[in-house]
Design a binder for this molecule. Structure first.
Ligand SMILES: O=C(O)CCC(=O)C(=O)O
Length: 217
């Protein structure tokens, strides 16, 4: 088990109303299965790509999508800003993982629409993600975020501005973070990852983040 400072188990924590951090939610075997699956999903067609923003910038985390293809700033059924190929279907196991994650965060009776989007980001050395809102979906169902590999600082802010107040949360391999309700449209980002901190038996260099969303499309 991952422990804080080597002694105390890390506790689940409400970071803001509607935003929950659940440490060690995925066991090591589930993490390994997901890494293997991500490797297969990331291959072409519609595979891992560098995302370019309309202002001419490039995101440092590389990305691919399942179910619906996200591009700045919308969704399509093909990789319109990549190789133009149809996006791979949403794997039923990820839709189920989304449902289970929401139940783990908010309680077993929580019902949401089916999760039909997975955005998967790979952070190599030095990659980061600026503060942004997830607002290209037409559903306000909670966003589910799963971390694999290197530890990162995840910055969770407020719904009004990219700046303070925010809370930095350490996300490690296997952690779950869910944000819905009043936190659904909060700005968030990844100011840094800590290279070389992935569990050695995961066989992953860098950090993978699986973000599950409901499109409402
Ligand atoms: O990598 C993360 O933990 C956050 C990813 C994210 O914010 C996004 O894909 O919109």
């Amino acid at each position: 088990m991952n422990v804080e400072g080597g002694l105390f188990p890390r506790e689940r924590r409400e970071i803001a109303p509607g935003a929950l951090h659940v440490p060690d939610w995925l066991d090591p075997a589930e993490q390994r299965r997901l890494v293997t699956a991500c490797r297969a999903w990331a291959r072409p067609p519609a595979g891992l790509r560098t995302v370019r923003t309309p202002g001419g910038g490039e995101m440092t985390a590389r990305q691919f999508c399942l179910g619906w293809h996200w591009y700045p700033y919308g969704y399509a059924r093909t990789a319109v800003d990549g190789d133009g190929q149809p996006v791979k279907p949403m794997p039923p196991e990820l839709a189920e993982l989304g449902r289970r994650a929401v139940a783990a965060a908010y309680g077993p009776a929580t019902v949401t629409e089916p999760y039909d989007i997975a955005l998967i980001n790979h952070y190599g050395g030095g990659a980061r993600m600026g503060m942004h809102q997830d607002r290209d979906e037409q559903s306000s169902a909670p966003v589910v975020s799963l971390s694999l590999g290197d530890t990162c600082a995840f910055r969770f802010g407020n719904t009004e501005t990219r700046t303070k107040p925010y809370t930095d949360v350490e996300l490690r391999s296997g952690d779950l973070f869910v944000f819905g309700g009043p936190a659904r449209f909060a700005y968030h980002g990844v100011p840094r990852t800590e290279e070389g901190t992935a569990p050695p038996d995961l066989g992953l260099s860098g950090r993978l983040n699986i973000t599950l969303r409901v499109s409402g499309l």
